[in-house]
Design a protein around this ligand. Structure first.
Ligand code: BEZ
Ligand code: FE
Length: 284
């Protein structure tokens, strides 16, 4: 049946156009998207001028994207959408370590390192011993867990943001646990940094009266056979941006101790255990 366009019937006008034999999930997703998008325009009585500005913003966001820069992910991150999708897809039992946003600065293939090794190659910053255990929900150690770590340097930049300035693989490494599940490495106490804010997303943040900073954090990706992949950070609690992370990545359980030890080996000590969740067993 033909459905002519009216304001009241706008959603039905669009959604009834979909074919009968299309992918059912695509149908569900698009029907809901149209419903919420149309409701949004009606709710705020979107003006033509505002929609033109929005189209221009989205166009500039796309034009900013390249091999090195993904402005749409920054948009998703700063709208809290990346964290929402991550959280919906990583619901875990109480006691399991929580996930947080992956971010754009992970590089696959970092050097495999020995426990206790130093990942800071540029000699900048205050040294910090990161150590703890990878355990299951019962507190049993997990052997063979791979811990991929990365952080910014003391100037607030990842190595990939400063090729030719920072040594390759600065503040990165992969560690594998033994039978005791323990890990340890020396890095630096990370520092807070702004996400790239010289594009449309940075301008949007400024218009919204928001800063572009992330609180200081160390990234971890922990994988082990039989367990869900954990993508997370540990955060420095006293950081000025701890309650206003521009990408909403902070979860209370991920704020880690950073103890000032100055014991002649390192300046800081950050103990943290990672508790992995088993992959659901397939019932027959
Ligand atoms: C990061 O933590 O590396 C990051 C996350 C989201 C956007 C930009 C950077
Ligand atoms: Fe980061």
């Amino acid at each position: 049946m033909t459905q002519f366009f009216t304001e009241a019937g706008s959603v039905e006008a669009v959604n009834t156009r979909m074919g009968k034999d299309i992918n059912p999930r695509l149908k569900e997703v698009m029907a809901s998207l149209i419903k919420h998008l149309h409701a949004f325009a009606k709710d705020i009585h979107l003006t033509q001028e505002e929609w033109d500005i929005a189209i221009d913003f989205l166009t500039r966001t796309g034009q900013m994207c390249s091999e090195e820069r993904q402005e749409f992910i920054l948009l998703s991150d700063t709208l809290g959408f990346s964290m929402l999708v991550d959280t919906i897809n990583n619901r875990r039992p109480v006691g399991a370590t929580e996930n947080t946003v992956f971010g754009p600065f992970h590089v696959a293939g970092a050097p495999e390192r020995q426990m206790g090794e130093n990942i800071s190659l540029d000699g900048k910053g205050e040294s910090c011993l990161f150590e703890g255990r990878v355990i299951d929900l019962h507190g049993e150690p997990i052997q063979g867990a791979r811990i991929d770590v990365w952080s910014d340097n003391a100037d607030g930049f990842y190595d990939v943001q400063q090729p030719g300035i920072q040594p390759k693989w600065n503040n990165r490494g992969i560690f594998t646990t033994g039978a005791d599940g323990k890990y340890s490495f020396v890095g630096i106490k990370p520092v807070s940094y702004p996400i790239p804010d010289d594009g449309p997303v940075g301008k949007m943040l400024a218009h919204l009266g928001r800063h572009p900073h992330r609180p200081a954090h160390m990234h971890f990706m922990v994988t082990a056979p039989g367990f869900q992949k954990l993508v997370t950070h540990t955060f420095v609690g006293g950081d000025p941006y701890i309650t206003s992370d521009t990408v909403f990545g902070v979860k209370e359980t991920l704020v880690a101790p950073f103890e000032h030890v100055n014991d002649g080996k390192t300046v800081w000590h950050s103990p943290f255990d990672f508790v992995l969740t088993p992959v659901p067993s397939v019932s027959r």
